[in-house]
Design a protein around this ligand. Structure first.
Ligand code: G3H
Ligand code: ZN
Length: 287
């Protein structure tokens, strides 16, 4: 069964590791991430952007597929099904469809409006035992149509949102969705430390987890990051493995064009990437 992300993140925070949020797009992504988590005995958060939710035909389909797959695969590690960068309406829709964790991203609203809407979503979700993530400041770059200006979070605003009882807090600290540019100056650890300080130990979320150097990941975890979101890196390794298979002409050998064969190298690549991230974040054997 699906679980809230609250408990796994509190354990991660106390244990100085982070739980990965890996975004899903379809059955193959979901299956590989679940298998990688089970194999490493790690809790996991499956992220679903609003765009990916629509692509998979709707939140109800996603909930049904993920729940059934957990049963059919015999997955015993904790799994949270989490709406990623949800809008106000999207948060309510995913909650109604049975998601066990919700991100309400009101970072593009004026702060007072972000605060009011965050408060409402937190109350609605908590009434059903569903965990909530909110965002302050903005993540740079673009993900599934969600565009952010990269504005660094104001620690006092973080405290105000944390005091609403949010379960995890995403703050812009120079992190960017998608590939990092050559001239990226790195994460802003001074602001991260200040946010952790004023929010008195709230589990923090690092978006844009793809392509951040290992030493910066480790430092972020040491400063209170308990959830790290990874999307682009799984997409890149899937695409590269699939391209290699086709460029080597393997889709034309035997029944290589069968989707179960054509997609297999990409699936293996996703699974290997997720295992690598789980070990890097330190959530292996923490289920
Ligand atoms: O919300 C999801 C993420 O922040 C993923 O970012 O695609 O850069 O790994 P990424
Ligand atoms: Zn994100």
């Amino acid at each position: 069964a699906l679980v809230s992300a609250k408990e796994m993140l509190e354990k991660a925070h106390a244990g100085h590791y982070a739980v990965g949020q890996f975004n899903i797009n379809n059955l193959e992504w979901t299956k590989m991430i679940l298998l990688a988590s089970q194999e490493t005995n790690s809790p996991v958060i499956l992220g679903v952007s609003e765009g990916a939710g629509k692509y998979m035909t709707g939140y109800k389909t996603v909930t049904a597929m993920v729940s059934a797959m957990i049963d059919d695969l015999g997955i015993t590690v904790p799994v949270a099904l989490h709406l990623d960068h949800g809008s106000y309406d999207g948060a309510k829709a995913a909650l109604a469809a049975g998601f066990s964790s919700i991100m309400f991203d009101g970072s593009h609203y004026p702060f007072e409006e972000n605060l009011a809407k965050s408060k409402e979503i937190i109350e609605l979700c908590h009434a059903q035992g569903v965990s909530v993530e909110c965002e302050v400041g903005a993540i740079g770059g673009e993900e599934d149509g969600v565009v952010g200006n990269g504005e660094v979070a104001d620690p006092q605003e973080c405290k105000t949102i944390a005091d609403l009882g949010v379960d995890m807090l995403a703050a812009g600290i120079g992190n960017i969705h998608g590939k990092y540019p050559e001239n990226w100056t790195g994460l802003n650890f001074d602001v991260l430390a200040e946010i952790q300080d004023v929010t008195s130990g709230k589990p923090l979320v690092l978006h844009g987890g793809s392509g951040i150097p290992t030493d910066q990941i480790a430092k972020a975890i040491s400063l209170g990051v308990s959830k790290i979101n990874v999307n682009t890196e799984c997409q890149l390794v899937f695409a590269a493995a699939t391209r290699k298979f086709i460029e080597e002409g393997k889709d034309l050998q035997g029944k290589g064009y069968d989707p179960r064969k054509l997609l297999a190298p990409g699936c293996d690549a996703i699974k290997a990437m997720v295992i690598e991230k789980i070990k890097e974040f330190g959530s292996d054997n923490k289920a």
